[in-house]
Design a protein around this ligand. Structure first.
Ligand SMILES: Cc1ncc(COP(=O)(O)O)c(C=O)c1O
Length: 412
């Protein structure tokens, strides 16, 4: 570990909140540019989990003893925070999950599958993460429905006109990413929801890359489902939220069976629990959600508008600096973007770029970013991707650019 550079603290007052960022990797200050994969956690989150584990841990909901009450209060308190964070109507609409992936699978199996017949359709886009592709492919295989894909253009912008062309009475759900993890494109989700609702088509938003970077108001968006992950918004891994409108959740059958999701079990029939517990079978990741609650507090204290503003300014700087490197090919140049830049340089393989950067203390992700259809569209094996969190600084970007110059010299 080393003391953080004074300039970094001056550039970004929040950086010092993240203990992991104070270390050196390969003898260089860590430039962590992989937040789209998983964001670092502030001390406030780490400490909340540790405090809970040291003092309050017990199983939730069923206990009469003090620790069980404390654990339940902490866990359910986190749910209350999540209600406010995305402006849901009530606690019933906040289903705790393992992450975005589980939320989308839940909707595919519990909401969509019972509605599908051969010939029905599900619409997604070319830029989706595998988590918003494969659950729909599975449900299509199970039912004989068809998966349709709305195209993107060479900048990575969604062709919304082509998406709207696909909408008709055969479409049972539209699934769209709020922000593309591979391209950084921000999709016009409010407009898409409005157009789909005009034809009575429900919409799921994959918000994994949405909630960490901008304020999300699910009521203002009007979406039916919004799924996101705790570990991308500075919380613990293994936590996530599926927001769904109460009227929809009420009508959906449980996704998994087990303890906690029931009111009464008899061999001649089981009565399911009320919302949202009907969808939360088994002992949950209690400490993780305590940490997620602390992450919400942390983000709200800064304000998502402030986070968006800082990240937009740094993204503009990073794009400008990367563009100036000879042999640079930026992948994902849509007009409306957030916090992610994918790229290739000359014909250097992305994994070589990533390895050389790691040797200089810079963490970027390389490969297909769980978005193989995006790579197929751009006809590349993968990309290197630098993604920003609220703690990044111009120093991180400068370190990246210097590191890429070293990589170019070594490979030329
Ligand atoms: C856009 C998007 N959707 C879904 C996911 C899946 O999230 P998780 O692995 O936390 O379930 C990710 C993770 O990278 C993502 O970026």
């Amino acid at each position: 570990m080393q003391a953080q550079k004074a300039t970094e603290i001056e550039q970004n007052p929040y950086r010092a909140d993240f203990p992991a960022l104070a270390q050196e990797i390969s003898g260089k200050p860590l430039a962590y540019l992989d937040s789209a994969a998983s964001a670092q956690q502030p001390a406030a989150v780490i400490d909340a989990v540790a405090r809970y584990s040291r003092e309050d841990h017990a199983n939730v909901h069923r206990g009469v003893h003090t620790l069980s009450h404390r654990a339940t209060d902490a866990y359910e308190g986190a749910r209350d925070k999540l209600v406010g964070f995305i402006n849901a109507n009530s606690r019933s609409e906040i289903v705790f999950t393992k992450g975005t992936t589980e939320g989308i699978n839940l909707v595919a199996q519990s909401f969509v599958r019972p509605k599908l017949s051969p010939g029905d359709r599900i619409v997604i886009t070319q830029m989706e993460h595998h988590a918003n592709i494969v659950p729909w492919q599975i449900v299509c295989e199970q039912t004989g429905a068809e998966l349709l894909v709305a195209p993107i253009d060479d900048t990575g912008t969604l062709d919304t006109a082509a998406l709207y062309e696909l909408l008709d009475e055969r479409v049972k759900i539209v699934g769209v990413g709020h922000v593309s993890n591979a391209l950084g494109t921000i999709n016009p989700v409010a407009e898409i929801i409005e157009r789909c609702h005009a034809q009575d088509i429900p919409v799921l938003i994959d918000g994994a890359q949405g909630v960490p970077h901008s304020a999300v108001d699910v009521q203002a968006l009007g979406c039916d489902f919004y799924a996101f992950s705790g570990h991308k918004m500075y919380g613990p891994t293994g936590t996530g939220v599926l927001y769904a409108r109460e009227v929809l959740l009420d009508a959906m059958p449980p996704y998994q069976g087990g303890g906690d999701m029931i009111l009464e079990v008899r061999f001649d029939g089981t009565v399911y629990n009320e919302l949202p517990y009907k969808f939360e079978a088994g002992t949950p990741n209690i400490s993780g959600f305590v940490g997620l609650g602390a992450a919400v507090d942390y983000l709200e204290a800064i304000g998502l508008d402030e986070v968006s503003r800082m990240e937009a300014s740094l993204l503009a700087y990073m794009t400008e600096q990367l563009s100036a490197i000879d042999g640079m090919r930026l992948i994902g140049t849509a007009a409306n973007k957030a916090s992610v830049q994918s790229f290739l340089i000359d014909d250097i393989h992305p994994s070589d770029i990533g390895t050389l950067l790691d040797q200089q203390g810079i963490a970027v992700r390389t490969g297909h970013h769980c978005a193989m259809p995006v790579m197929q569209f751009f006809e590349v094996p993968g990309t290197a991707r630098a993604s920003l969190g609220l703690y990044n600084t111009r120093d991180d970007v400068d370190q990246l650019v210097d590191g890429l110059q070293v990589a170019r010299r070594l490979f030329s």
